[in-house]
Write a protein that binds this ligand. Structure first.
Ligand code: PLP
Length: 368
């Protein structure tokens, strides 16, 4: 008997999450200098974090011997004020991935079904399978979510629907009217988890208004993160906004101290720094234009993206990925998203984007 046989079938069937390769790992493997490596593989904020958040972090280090506030009182006040929701409508997570997992653990059991799109964020199948529920994949249309297909996929076993808007790794966006009509059409006993990890990168017209829909749709859960535009990926903090009764249930399966004390103060300071978010947005807009132009000039197809990353098509993507690594550039292969001909590159600083495009150009010329 293998020790793995001790685990249920549905756990053994899980394919582990493949994250972006850390800079230190590539440096070790290739004998490269860490300073010469450009990492554009995990949709991190190239500007780092808000300077206000950094100051808050430095101050909070003195209190690390204490447990964090398990109810995140001060952060709860800040989120409640910013989003106009009651304190009891918020659940905090160790990253927003934790919110996805809490939803799965609180509401799914073996025999239940959760629906998500083909090419959608890899964590949806992970959290679904981890609780023994069945993942139902709706084929994408031109890389975008097929909302009519979602409605047709709903059965008496469906408990939860995951929607990433914008989606990662495709960068596609569902417009507000279509999204609202969809949620309206979903039966009330099916939860809709709307993952808005990249909302801060949307322009004023496209920015989500879903928080205003919570009163109308008690089955709606919105997840948000501090990992992307706020630049706190390493601290792991995110939150969900939802009906108070849903929050109550999710909090029952939440680890009491899932958000550490440093993350809590950094998140509070970040929410108060609109200027940093505005700078991050502007830098992303400029970098996206730079990458789109560069890819176009290289004759490569890419999927127009509403996030801080773009997926592009390239011949022999796995090989090109290896060549990029050798050249000190880390991007993300997305074969595990059923996109074997694509690579995903995050929008970096001007110089990082330029290095990526320059190394890619040389590779394409060498492979031609
Ligand atoms: C990056 C990302 C997240 C954020 O994950 P955290 O756990 O908050 O770091 C959530 N959803 C999607 C679709 C993402 O791409």
């Amino acid at each position: 008997m293998s020790l793995c046989d001790l685990a249920p079938d549905y756990i053994r069937a899980i394919a582990p999450y493949q994250g972006g390769k850390p800079i230190s790992e590539l440096a070790r493997e290739m004998g490269l200098n860490e300073a010469d490596i450009v990492k554009l593989a995990s949709n991190e904020n190239p500007l780092g974090m808000s300077p206000k958040a950094q100051m808050a972090v430095e101050d909070a280090i003195a209190d690390i011997a204490r447990y964090p506030d398990g109810n995140a009182f001060a952060l709860r006040e800040a989120v409640s004020k910013k989003y106009g929701v009651s304190a009891n409508q918020i659940v905090f997570g160790n990253g927003s991935n934790d919110i996805l997992e809490l939803a799965a653990r609180a509401f799914l059991q073996p025999g239940d079904e959760a629906i998500y799109s083909q090419h959608a964020f890899a964590v949806y199948p992970l959290v679904t399978q981890a609780v023994g529920a069945k993942g139902v994949v709706v084929p994408a249309i031109g890389f975008a979510h097929d909302l009519d297909g979602f409605l047709q996929a709903i059965t008496s076993k469906t408990k939860l629907i995951f929607i990433a808007n914008p989606n990662n790794p495709t960068g596609t966006l569902i417009k507000k009217d279509a999204l609202k009509a969809f949620i309206h059409a979903v039966p009330e006993h099916v939860l809709v988890l709307l993952d808005e990890a990249y909302d801060e990168y949307l322009n004023e017209v496209d920015k989500s208004e879903a928080v205003n829909w919570l009163a109308q749709f008690p089955n709606l859960i919105i997840s948000r993160t501090f990992s992307k535009a706020y630049g706190l990926a390493g601290l792991r903090v995110g939150f969900g906004l939802m009906h108070a009764e849903i929050a109550d249930i999710m909090n029952r399966v939440r680890q009491p101290f899932n958000v550490n004390s440093i993350a809590q103060v950094a998140a509070i300071a970040s929410l108060a720094d609109d200027d940093f978010v505005a700078r991050s947005y502007a830098a992303n807009q400029a970098g996206m234009v730079q990458l789109a132009q560069g890819l176009h000039e290289l004759g490569l197809e890419y999927i127009p993206s509403f996030g801080n990353f773009v997926s592009f098509k390239v011949k022999n993507a796995a090989q090109v990925n290896q060549q990029l690594l050798k050249g000190g550039v880390i991007v993300r292969p997305i074969a595990n998203y059923e996109m074997p001909d694509y690579l995903r590159v995050s929008v970096g600083l001007f110089s990082e984007n330029a290095k990526f495009l320059q190394v890619l150009k040389k590779i394409l010329e060498a492979n031609a």
